[in-house]
Design a protein around this ligand. Structure first.
Ligand SMILES: Cc1cc2nc3c(=O)[nH]c(=O)nc-3n(C[C@H](O)[C@H](O)[C@H](O)COP(=O)(O)O)c2cc1C
Length: 145
């Protein structure tokens, strides 16, 4: 099974979530996992992957960063099995716009899974949140494999 984890990060928090997800796959399941840093790496052909994980932080009063929008346009279609995760901060306007970009992408792609929202860095207690969320996604992944 081939997995792509694509993410945008400025200060490293979303990257930490991406790396945590990567480690889970590599340690527990032996899947082939490719990492893609949006805005840095050449956009890969998503058709070669069985599952895509797309990560973004939220910006500018609940907005999706332009780099993520460009990535979406360049990909040019909506992959069927795409799970969305992201980092945000409630101090930037409260629950209403907290990790809003995650909600927007879940809706845009019609993702089968709830989006994962992490406040700032996932290090510490929030790692458990990632694990719980991944369990839900993996249940589907391995029941259809
Ligand atoms: C100018 C600015 C605007 C932000 N706006 C939001 C926002 O609207 N909603 C939110 O949840 N987080 C917001 N954040 C917080 C970032 O999403 C958060 O720091 C995130 O962890 C950054 O991810 P990164 O470390 O991967 O770059 C904002 C941060 C900055 C600097």
């Amino acid at each position: 099974m081939r997995i792509l984890i694509a993410y945008l990060t400025y200060s490293g928090n979303t990257e930490e979530i991406a790396q945590h997800i990567e480690n889970k796959f590599v340690q527990d399941d032996g899947a082939t996992v490719d990492m893609h840093e949006i805005g840095i790496d050449l956009v890969p052909d998503l058709q070669q992957y069985d599952y895509i994980f797309l990560g973004t932080f939220t910006w500018d009063y609940g907005s999706t960063p332009d780099e993520v929008k460009d990535f979406i346009l360049e990909v040019g279609y909506k992959p069927e099995s795409i799970a969305i995760f992201g980092s945000g901060d409630t101090q930037f306007g409260g629950e209403e716009i907290y990790c809003k970009a995650v909600d927007k992408l879940v809706t845009f792609y019609g993702s089968k899974w709830d989006g994962l929202k992490i406040e700032q860095s996932p290090r510490g207690s929030q790692e458990e949140l990632i694990d719980q969320w991944l369990e839900g996604v993996l249940e589907d992944v391995y029941s259809t494999a």
